[in-house]
Design a protein around this ligand. Structure first.
Ligand SMILES: [Zn+2]
Length: 365
């Protein structure tokens, strides 16, 4: 597997404050670093370079994206506004902060995701991981949202679509991939699938619900209840997400790969373990499609790095690293209702009609 990297991704500095909220807070003696920090990406890189999976990976340099490339998924007005905002430290949305290094980081993250796509498109790699930040999957054509400025996964998908590929985007960040859904809302020849926790809309820049009412021929949302863990994700993938990708007939997969569904993540209320991410990696590889993965969330950086390592193991059919923290209980009680709800909106999909929501029937099958 080829991993793509650009040092400029480290130049984006959201500063510190009360967790994700910038500024001075009287209650804090020492402000906390913003969770979406350069230290996070450095830790991810270190895990892949020094963990046991390292010898299975090769590394390639990323590049900067050009303005014309960013404009494939964002409006010129938004890009101008963002470039201007990055000249000084300011927040472009309640918890989304930019500063002088951010524009280069944005262009590096987007360009490095495109470099990963180019390696796959040209047959130099079957699996390519763009280890980038800032993340992108909440960014919409004209809006920043949730630490995201430019939608790297959507940019890869749109670039591939224009090259004649049939693209599915599969998003397992714990938050809904609302930005990607929005970019392709009127583009039914790109499928967007998001498996996430039930969190609903938030703030002025996040109107999407992430619920099944937004599902349709080109978008599949699977909301899982709080507490969902390895078991629930496995069923969500096996019973909805993977059959949707297969029925759609994708010839290229773009994965928005987040680790904030881990049991220890401060920004999520799900309970995935490293073993769960290893299983997801194996399931993605099992689709047999060329795939470009872009780094999204994951904020307890040590455990998220371990989850990234495990995901990569799964992608490569390996099992290498023990998980010293895999002791959190997993919710298995709500998944039947969650999946029945997700499928109820998928009236145009054959796989959803074929599956019954009755678990006893499934066990008999
Ligand atoms: Zn997230």
């Amino acid at each position: 597997m080829e991993v793509f990297w650009h040092d400029a991704c480290l130049e984006h500095d959201p500063g510190s404050g009360l967790w994700e909220l910038p500024g001075e807070w009287d209650c804090l003696d020492v402000p906390e670093p913003h969770p979406e920090s350069a230290a996070r990406l450095r830790t991810f890189r270190h895990a892949l370079r020094h963990g046991p999976v390292a010898r299975h990976l090769t590394w390639s340099p990323g590049r900067f994206a050009g303005d014309d490339e960013l404009a494939r998924v964002h409006t010129p007005e938004y890009l101008e506004h963002l470039r201007d905002a990055c000249r000084r430290r300011t927040n472009v949305e309640v918890n989304t902060v930019v500063g002088p290094g951010s524009w280069d980081a944005v262009r590096a993250a987007a360009g490095t995701a495109l470099a990963a796509y180019e390696a796959v498109a040209e047959g130099r790699a079957r699996l390519a991981y763009a280890l980038v930040r800032p993340p992108g999957h909440h960014a919409q054509p004209g809006l920043a949202d949730g630490y995201c400025l430019v939608n790297n996964a959507a940019l890869v998908a749109e670039t591939a679509r224009r090259a004649g590929r049939r693209v599915a985007v599969l998003d397992w960040d714990v938050h809904h991939g609302n930005g990607t859904q929005e970019v392709f809302r009127d583009t039914p020849d790109v499928l967007t699938v998001s498996v996430h926790m039930r969190h609903g809309p938030w703030g002025a820049n996040h109107a999407q619900t992430g619920g099944p009412e937004e599902s349709g021929p080109g978008n599949v949302n699977v909301e899982l209840s709080l507490g969902a863990g390895d078991h629930a994700y496995r069923r969500a993938f096996e019973e909805v997400a993977l059959p949707a990708v297969t029925e759609f007939g994708a010839d290229l997969l773009v994965c928005a790969s987040g680790f904030d569904g881990s049991a220890f993540d401060p920004n999520g209320r799900h309970n995935l373990t490293a073993a769960g991410y290893r299983w997801i990696g194996g399931a993605v590889a099992g689709l047999g499609l060329p795939a470009v993965l872009t780094q999204e969330g994951g904020y307890l950086r040590g455990y998220a790095a371990l989850c990234l390592h495990a995901l990569v193991e799964g992608l490569l059919g390996l099992e290498l690293l023990d998980d010293p923290l895999a002791y959190v209980p997993d919710d298995t009680q709500l998944v039947d209702a969650d999946l029945a709800r997700a499928r109820s909106a998928l009236t145009g999909w054959a796989f959803a009609r074929a599956v019954t929501g009755d678990p006893s029937a499934r066990d008999r099958a």
